[in-house]
Design a protein around this ligand. Structure first.
Ligand code: SF4
Length: 247
């Protein structure tokens, strides 16, 4: 029934788009807030403060304080990246939307999220994502979270005539910036794939498929599919070896 599903998040799209059964298996499991996630939330708040202070000098911005010098420097790097983007294309009169709620429910029922910063300029929309984590290097190429945010953004800013979508991940603690640019047509094709995958996930009939995304799945400690996958792989390797000897 529409509206009765738990949310399929953009940040978890790499899981549910690869393993549709993950929705059925994890939907009643509570979210566990880790110290890393809390730290990330505080870093994002400081990024927002820095950007708003720079872009809206006359507004009263509630102050945010970084935890330490590392957070201060990393957030400033992100804020500088956004401001450089705005300056490099100032002739196109770019417009920035900080901490913008994006609704991609046209493609994924109930889907929404918050993009760190969206820039609209001439024929291009730019979706920027700050990552404070340093455990996993995150790439923009084919990144479903950014693409879902971009879908929500072009839907909301439909009066602009965008042709291209630029997506950037800024991960200062790994000294890492990753970017991808696709056409709006390509993004909409992705939207159709996301729609199909979300419908399969919501149906509860989708198969479980183990892969690298399992380590981010809430079910990874109890999932039978994940537990048996390495054994299957070993069995296949042994079978290949056996076949080789028989020949
Ligand atoms: S652990 Fe892997 S296989 Fe199991 S439900 Fe999660 S994503 Fe799917």
């Amino acid at each position: 029934m529409p509206g009765q599903h738990a949310k399929l998040s953009a940040s978890g799209a790499h899981i549910w788009m690869n393993c549709p059964a993950s929705y059925r298996i994890t939907k009643d499991m509570p979210d566990v807030e880790t110290p890393y996630a809390e730290e990330g939330t505080r870093a994002h708040a400081y990024c927002e403060y820095l950007l708003r202070k720079a872009l809206e000098p006359k507004a009263e911005i509630p102050e945010a304080i970084p935890d330490n010098r590392e957070m201060e420097v990393c957030c400033q790097e992100y804020a500088d990246f956004i401001q450089d983007k705005l300056i490099e294309d100032w002739e196109d009169l770019p417009e920035a939307f900080v901490e913008r709620r994006v609704d991609f429910s046209k493609w994924v029922e109930g889907g929404f999220g918050t993009s760190d910063c969206i820039i609209a300029k001439a024929d291009t929309i730019i979706v920027n994502d700050f990552k404070y984590g340093k455990g996993v290097r995150v790439e923009a190429e084919g990144n479903p979270q950014l693409r879902l945010y971009a879908l929500g953004a072009i839907d909301e800013l439909s009066l602009w005539d965008f042709e291209k979508v630029e997506m950037n991940i800024i991960q200062p603690r790994l000294d890492h910036v990753s970017s991808e640019t696709v056409s709006v047509a390509e993004l909409l094709e992705f939207g159709e794939r996301a729609k199909e995958a979300s419908e399969l996930a919501f149906s509860g009939n989708g198969p479980a498929k183990a892969g690298p995304w399992c380590k981010f799945c809430k079910a990874n400690a109890i999932c039978k599919e994940r537990a048996t996958k390495p054994l299957e792989t070993i069995r296949k390797i042994l079978d290949i070896g056996k076949g080789g000897k028989d020949r």
